[in-house]
Design a protein around this ligand. Structure first.
Ligand SMILES: Cc1cc2nc3c(=O)[nH]c(=O)nc-3n(C[C@H](O)[C@H](O)[C@H](O)COP(=O)(O)OP(=O)(O)OC[C@H]3O[C@@H](n4cnc5c(N)ncnc54)[C@H](O)[C@@H]3O)c2cc1C
Length: 336
């Protein structure tokens, strides 16, 4: 009786594996056919197998994703999502990976990276006299900020040193030096998990400190609209240069990192709490609490994601012991 039960379980496990590998093969074949239609001579548009995520994260760590594709336009994005759902492939969206810690064992499924050439549309002024700018999610945030500055539009100078995409910045409500995306966004074009279009205005996006409804509902940003005031381009460029100099002075930009590892706890600064706990320079393997800015965990060269993950946990534990404050990571974990 027990023997029959074991045999039945083995057969059903084998059937499951066979089905999975059939679906995987079909996904690869149909994705290739789809990409061929969109390629138009662009050889960079391809489905990568077992792509090391270390090539696509700010920390420069992370193991292989089963499938990886960089999608430059919404139409293809929708088709890839539909195909992944049909073939029961789990998918995960990234932008520039600048706030991601991906496990050393990688990701079982499809990583869709939304990255594109800047598609900026400078439209009419709104009723408040601000120029409305529409931009694709895959555009670099720095590019958006510098382009707006050189056209004499102010409001995004704070974002010029944040190394992500517009999509990632909207999801995270990225901010720095007293500015945040929430200050000047008008609305965002989104997809739900099955690829249906929707649009949310500033209030509907529920932007908070490094959060938004997009994260909670797993929506996908495809574009965003900002309203910016007129300024002297020189003034705007000068502010960008000033903030860049501040970053270079205070932040360990010479090492891979995800920026500030932890959110700012109310009433405190994460870096100060970490420093006070005696953790400046503290290492786990090649992962280190930066000597320059204790709020940053850096990869000194050969850190693994496991090193960084362990160091994050150790910093949380020791800071809590030292100050009673619980640090919450700002970094997004994938595959842990
Ligand atoms: C040196 C350095 C400095 C930094 N300084 C700052 C700073 O000053 N302020 C700040 O706020 N952040 C900072 N960061 C963190 C990071 O750059 C921001 O959080 C950035 O907005 C992330 O954008 P990304 O495109 O890289 O997103 P990713 O890191 O790729 O993704 C972050 C999250 O957004 C999701 N996501 C990305 N794109 C989309 C999309 N199109 N649709 C749906 N979900 C999406 C991902 O699933 C993930 O959950 C810094 C990072 C580094 C390395």
């Amino acid at each position: 009786m027990i023997c029959e039960q074991i045999m039945a379980e083995l057969i059903s496990a084998e059937q499951f594996d066979n089905r999975r590998s059939r679906l995987d093969n079909e996904f690869v074949k149909e994705a290739e056919e789809l990409l061929e239609k969109y390629r138009n001579g662009d050889r960079t548009l391809k489905l990568l197998l077992n792509e090391q995520m270390s090539k696509h994260t700010g920390f420069r760590t992370g193991g292989p994703a089963d499938y990886f594709i960089t999608v430059p336009d919404t139409d293809l994005l929708k088709k890839i999502i539909t195909l992944a759902i049909k073939k029961e492939i789990t998918y995960y969206i990234i932008g520039n990976g600048s706030n991601m810690l991906v496990s050393d064992s990688g990701f079982r499924g499809l990583i869709i990276r939304i990255k594109s050439e800047p598609e900026l549309d400078f439209g009419q002024k709104n009723e408040e006299g601000r120029t409305v700018v529409t931009v694709s999610a895959g555009c670099s945030l720095a590019k958006l900020a510098t382009e707006c500055a050189s056209r004499g539009l102010k409001g995004l100078e704070f974002a010029a040193g944040i190394p992500g995409t517009v999509g990632g910045a909207v999801v995270m409500n990225a901010g720095a030096y007293g500015g945040e995306i929430k200050d000047c966004i008008v609305k965002a074009g989104l997809l739900d998990r099955t690829g249906n279009d929707l649009e949310l205005d500033r209030d509907g996006l529920e932007l908070g400190y490094r959060t938004s409804i997009i994260r909670k509902k797993n929506y996908i940003v495809i574009n965003a609209q900002f309203a910016l005031e007129d300024t002297d381009p020189e003034e705007s460029r000068r502010l960008i240069a000033e903030l860049a100099a501040k970053r270079r002075e205070k932040q360990p930009l010479e090492y891979p990192s995800a920026g500030s590892t932890f959110k700012r706890p109310e009433g405190y600064f994460a870096g100060k709490l970490i420093e006070d706990a005696g953790l400046k320079g503290f290492c786990t393997g090649d992962a280190q609490v930066s000597e320059k800015h204790a709020g940053f965990i850096i990869n000194k060269g050969n850190a693994s994601s496991a090193d960084i993950h362990a160091l994050i946990g150790e910093v949380q534990r020791r800071v809590f012991e030292d100050s009673g404050v619980r640090l919450e990571p700002e970094v997004i974990f994938l595959g842990f």
